[in-house]
Design a protein around this ligand. Sequence first.
Ligand code: SAM
Length: 292
Amino acid sequence: MDKLYSPSKMAQLRDKYDFRHSKSLGQNFLSDKNIIDSIIEGSGIGEEDLVIEIGPGMGVLTAAAAECAAHVTAVEIDRHLIPILSETLQEYDNVDILHGDIMKTDLKELIGRKRSEGVTGKVRIIGNLPYYITTPIVMKLLEEEVPADSITVMMQKEVAERIQASPGSKRYGALTVAVGFYCTVSHVTDAPKEVFVPRPKVDSTVIRLDLRKEQPVNLTDRKLFFETVRNGFSQRRKTLLNSLTGIRGLKKEEIASVLQAAGIDPVRRAETLSLTEFAGVANEIAGRLPGQ
Ligand code: SAM
């Protein structure tokens, strides 16, 4: 019998259900067992764990996760895939498929519900993410502080490089600092275009984000920290003195004094600042605002 991840099985399901891949929903399905195994092994799913999958497609990762987890809930936006998933996952009684948009799904509520139904293990989020919405999905999971232990996801290689970049490198930016604030990041595997049906234009990478249990830096005001990071990177070519001038109404002289107090040379650019240095700058700004 054809394996679910084989191109011939996918073609058979496409014909049976008259399914057409939607480019706008980022539907590049995985057809390589080694990569599927790497995602499952890399995510560290244990037999007590709850897995939440973003975008199950035809269910290749879902089935592999169901083999080793206590429970899998998969959220799929495309209603045309729901009957296909009912067929491909019919042998698993530990899977439910939610038809919906992950951006509108209340994951805290979902996890709370599964906990009350008796799933006690770690919460592992996995997915081969739709490229059009990779960064918003990652930021939603982090900013909403979804109580997950890890997030192991396939994404465009270039976005994974941005998340893993070091200060001073071309790809280092606001996304790197934001993800680094919430998680530690590790590389799981790379995936060439050839392992997808249909083939995307770019190569992919799987990374794992482990949610930090404690904040890596002390912040006076978290919102202001992220605002500082965003402002700093808003014009990468500008010095910090220029890019931060105007934040919360602060004048150039005030920013100069902020940078001096934080021990940062005012001609440095945002791309050279570590997470800790950004925290220092943000805390100095906070100290100069009325009411702080
Ligand atoms: N996991 C499958 C695989 O690896 O073969 C499919 C991965 S495919 C790259 C992305 C999947 O996410 C598609 O099934 C697509 O329909 C779904 N998707 C796209 N946008 C979504 C959203 N906002 N919420 C939930 N699922 C979404």
